[in-house]
Design a protein around this ligand. Structure first.
Ligand code: GDP
Ligand code: GDP
Length: 463
């Protein structure tokens, strides 16, 4: 099942305009399919490298009779039930109306996922309406202009994870394909291998070399699977199979903030956008590659984005670019490591890889570091091993005893991965000093080999 998106909202907010933009020339009317009436249009949409089905509830424009509200309600409910996700559109120029509230009500009750879109948001005449949209209680509105094609990047960022999930479900359902061997005994690769590409964001200050790096990764003997011709305008993430020298390849999706920034330049919103681009990229990614320029490493902006990645719980790889022009590589590397430890203690153990995006040197090590960081980020430690470890840690360095009563740590378990999260049951969690939590976190990192991934440790009291 591919993803199905329903565009809902009152007449005249701009649903059809967006529908037409998403579907373009590929519009396929499917009036004759069961369950779809003339009131609902369906088409195959493209947005960047995403493909999904879009349903438009536009057929109501002509309805002027008294039953309009009832019809609108029924039609919307049907569209909502058919879809995996609803794009609820309001007209940001007109502001909220009671009819919008009615739609919001239906969606809050009925839809699994709602993307709130404030349309006609080009220019600042829409600012008030965008703010008003927060009142609907459906989260942060996406600023869109269906007519001018603005906000498509945000829309993409909302849809991409849902589309990936739908795609994954599809692969689960797909029958296992046998590999046929040819005369040499070599098999053709099966069409479907690993469904879910590893999501990587390359972030860093302007001119660090992000575009050069991504081009290099995409280039030459690496199999390019995206973007396809004609969709580059909106392509903000690129699907690639990044192969190692033995030809083992890993599907990845690389979030291209550089491309976005270059687009933004045109719109003269460079500063504002580059910050939010970085943020969006971090949210999108499983592994964040913080790309530094060897000549000016660890600038404020670099530190901020690395810290953000850690706080958002992403696996981090630090790559130092333009290594080809460094003269005294030994000394420089020592300095870099020292700065890294001092300035980013929260990323202790994260890999520091020197690369040259220009010559391609170090890219294989970067690839390996990304895979490993992802692996660690997904790691699960068995409960029995954890508790044996906890006992040893407590013996080695007993917890403090505020007011003469020793804090007891009783039991520990890993409650999540991506990044790894642990819960320790203990007496008086509120009295536990941060230094002891740090002792445990650093111990986990070293003893279970989890360098460079954020580790979350929660202390929980009993009863
Ligand atoms: P629907 O009834 O919700 O399907 O709305 P339409 O797509 O038919 O659009 C209604 C009107 O709003 C048309 O005149 C469109 O040209 C206009 N419109 C649609 N999108 C935008 C937009 O992003 N900005 C502005 N200013 N007008 C828009
Ligand atoms: P972005 O703004 O982060 O996307 O950076 P670009 O990829 O546009 O690169 C900025 C400048 O640095 C360009 O002039 C590149 O040619 C140069 N550059 C990028 N990577 C390297 C590298 O590894 N070595 C050298 N010497 N120059 C590089």
């Amino acid at each position: 099942m591919s993803l199905t998106l329903a565009i809902v909202g009152r007449p005249n907010v701009g649903k059809s305009t967006l529908f037409n933009r998403l579907v373009g020339k590929r519009l396929a009317l499917v009036d004759d399919q069961p369950g779809v009436t003339r009131d609902l249009r369906e088409g195959e949409a493209r947005l960047g490298d995403l493909r999904f089905t879009v349903i438009d509830t536009a057929g109501l424009e002509d309805a002027t009779d008294d039953s309009l509200e009832g019809r609108m309600r029924r039609l919307t409910e049907r569209a909502v039930d058919m879809a995996d996700v609803c794009l609820f559109m309001i007209d940001a120029r007109a502001g909220l109306t009671p009819t919008d509230e009615m739609f919001a009500e239906i969606l809050r009750k009925r839809s699994k996922h709602v993307i709130l879109a404030a349309n006609k948001a080009e220019g600042n005449a829409a600012d008030a309406g965008v703010l008003e949209a927060y009142n609907l209680g459906l989260g942060e509105p996406v600023r869109l202009s269906g007519e001018h094609g603005e906000g498509m990047t945000d829309l993409y960022a909302h849809l991409m994870p849902l589309a990936d999930a739908a795609e994954e479900a599809q692969v689960d359902e797909a029958p296992v394909t046998d590999i046929e061997l040819d005369e040499d005994g070599e098999g053709e690769a099966p069409l479907i291998t690993d469904a879910k590409p590893l999501q990587v964001a390359v972030v860093g200050r302007p001119n660090a070399g992000k575009s050069t790096l991504i081009n290099k990764i995409m280039g030459e003997d690496r199999l390019l699977t995206g973007p396809e011709a004609g969709i580059t305008r909106d392509a903000i993430s690129l699907r690639i199979d990044w192969a190692d020298p033995d030809g083992d390849s890993t599907p990845m999706r690389i979030f291209d903030t550089a491309g976005m920034r270059k687009k933004a330049k045109v719109q003269e919103k460079l500063e504002k956008l580059s910050v939010s681009d970085g943020l969006r990229a971090v949210k999108f990614a499983e592994v964040v590659v913080v790309l530094l320029d060897a000549a000016i490493p660890f600038e404020q902006q670099d530190l901020r984005i690395a810290d953000l990645a850690e706080r958002e719980g992403r696996a981090v790889v630090v790559a130092v670019n333009k290594w080809d022009i460094e003269e005294d590589k030994q000394d420089k590397l020592r300095d870099l490591k020292e700065s890294f430890e001092r300035l980013l203690p929260q990323l202790r153990g994260a890999p520091l890889i020197t690369v040259s995006a220009k010559t391609g040197r170090g890219l294989e090590r970067l690839r390996a570091a990304i895979l490993r960081a992802h692996d660690v980020w997904n790691r699960r430690v068995p409960t029995a091993a954890l508790n044996r470890w906890l006992t040893a840690m407590l013996e080695q360095h007993p917890p403090p005893a505020p007011q003469g009563r020793r804090i007891k740590l009783r039991y520990m378990t890993q409650v999540k991965t991506r990044p790894p999260g642990f819960v320790v049951m203990c007496s008086h969690p509120d009295k536990m000093p941060a230094s002891y939590s740090r002792y445990l976190v650093n111990g986990l990192r070293e003893d279970f080999d989890m360098p460079g991934t954020p580790i979350r440790l929660t202390l929980r009291g009993q009863g």
